[in-house]
Design a protein around this ligand. Structure first.
Ligand code: SIN
Length: 275
């Protein structure tokens, strides 16, 4: 198995491995590379739904997403789909999956089934690299803060997002939120990670949303800089496997008139630890 960095800050391309027939030694190597690089990219892994589920379960139990339409007969797999006549995509802004849960999903394993002829790439950013470049003064302030995360404005009944997603989002009554430290520690590497994101972080605990906005906006713009990120171009059978604590991702929506179909499995994490 070959592991080559995809950019200076985040991501690694993995080759010479067959994810349908993976040994314990390869799982251990991938676990180490995943923690180190934040997101792993694979090509030509045409896994069946059963093989996709079996691969995910080598790393942790599956944390079933409650809001995406599941793949027929496979409730463990969430469908990430945009039809040729749809305008809004799923995941079309910087975010990390499930930060609205008290114990957020550790990681996500996304498998490309159908991709547009051009476009439809996904960007990934390192919240470790972004955090490291902040001033000591701001780091100290952030380490003293907690933030609210909510999904009500995304998946809740009658919201603009839910209306635009149509039948692709389900269970609007299950919406909720959680409070997390703004800086957490990665359970494997011990690195400090900035744990806020554009989609789900609403405000800092003890601050109003209006007071929180300027600092959140600064952190979002800072982390989104090109030097902390990389972009992955999909082919059918490509897989990206990302760590939801140490990375953000953003599905680009630049392929109107074409279908894009992805299958996503989220895997269970552990309680977050403050830095
Ligand atoms: C997601 O946000 O989980 C989906 C990412 C993508 O479709 O590229």
């Amino acid at each position: 198995m070959k592991i080559e960095p995809a950019s200076a800050a985040v991501g690694a391309n993995i080759s010479d491995v067959d994810l349908a027939n993976i040994s314990n030694a390869e799982v251990a190597k991938l676990t180490e590379a995943w923690a180190r690089h934040g997101v792993l990219f694979f090509r030509d892994q045409h896994l069946s739904p059963e093989q996709h589920i079996a691969f995910a379960e080598r790393f942790a139990d599956i944390d079933v997403n409650q809001f995406f339409q599941p793949v027929a007969d496979y409730p463990q797999i969430a469908e990430v789909r945009k039809e040729a006549d749809q305008i809004v995509n799923i995941g079309g802004g910087w975010h990390t999956d499930h930060s609205y849960d008290q114990i957020p999903a550790k990681g996500s394993i996304l498998l490309a089934r159908e991709v547009p002829p051009t476009g439809g790439d996904t960007r990934f950013a390192s919240v470790a690299a972004a955090y490291n470049e902040l001033s000591d003064g701001l780091k100290k302030t952030l380490e003293s803060l907690h933030a609210h995360h909510s999904n009500e404005h995304v998946f809740g009944a009658g919201t603009e997002h839910k209306e635009a997603a149509g039948e692709r989002f389900v269970n609007p009554e299950a919406v909720g939120g959680a409070i997390h430290p703004v800086v957490i520690r990665h359970p494997n590497t011990g690195e400090k990670l900035l744990y806020v994101n554009a989609a789900f972080t609403t405000h800092f605990v003890g601050w109003t949303p209006e007071e929180s906005r300027p600092l959140l906006d600064f952190l979002l713009e800072h982390t989104a800089q090109d030097r902390f990120s990389t972009q992955f171009q999909w082919e059918p059978g490509s897989i990206a496997m990302w760590d939801n604590r140490s990375t953000w991702h953003w599905a680009l929506n630049d392929y109107h008139g074409h279908r894009r179909l992805m299958h996503r499995i989220t895997i269970a994490g552990e309680p977050l630890t403050a830095a």
